[in-house]
Design a protein around this ligand. Sequence first.
Ligand SMILES: CC(C)(COP(=O)(O)OP(=O)(O)OC[C@H]1O[C@@H](n2cnc3c(N)ncnc32)[C@H](O)[C@@H]1OP(=O)(O)O)[C@@H](O)C(=O)NCCC(=O)NCCS
Length: 191
Amino acid sequence: MSLYAPERQVTPSSPPVVTLRPATPADAALLAAWDREPHVIACSSDDPEAEVAFDGIDWTDELSNSAYELTYVIAEVEGRPVGVMAVCDPETEPSHYWGEIEPNLRAIDIWIGPAEWLGRGVGTAMMSQMIDRCFADPAVEAIVIDPLNRNTAAIRFYRRLGFRPEGRRMFDGDDCLVHRLTRPDWEARSR
Ligand SMILES: CC(C)(COP(=O)(O)OP(=O)(O)OC[C@H]1O[C@@H](n2cnc3c(N)ncnc32)[C@H](O)[C@@H]1OP(=O)(O)O)[C@@H](O)C(=O)NCCC(=O)NCCS
């Protein structure tokens, strides 16, 4: 501390207040723009040639088709969209992306859109709220996620939330490291 500078309270930056709302077809253009962000492309596939995330998914179709059984949620800070999550029951999700899997689970995908919002606590707030929502259903026993095995930053983020690694698995040609968060682990963490 300088003898001459006025004394200043040094506090770590407080995490932003994050609110969640359902995504609607009106969010399609926003999500398509986020699909062009390098950090979103990098998390979506092992393909080094990919120029757009999620194979250029048609978001208008995705957000309009309630038969997909995927729930998309937009995270906002001060009314500005900053991230998105997709949640499903991996056992009943119609594409059977997860293959044979037991009931009473939820699967979550998450990404921050604008790069300037990375590493500012938004993802932790988003996931914490969504995990609480999932476990609010007493039937839900655990939450599964499938980060790419090379996505070490996301894996560190998930493990900090209490997810534990289950094993490597190939999904559509991508080398993923499946993790699971059990209800007891989440409840122990929240105490
Ligand atoms: C993974 C992801 C969703 C995490 O969200 P995030 O908002 O960046 O995560 P957080 O800020 O909550 O925490 C991550 C880091 O920021 C730090 N952090 C947390 N709160 C913070 C704050 N208020 N101010 C500054 N840094 C903070 C954490 O300590 C952590 O640091 P570390 O991982 O380097 O040790 C986000 O980084 C992302 O979208 N990555 C690209 C897409 C992706 O990989 N998605 C996952 C696919 S499986």
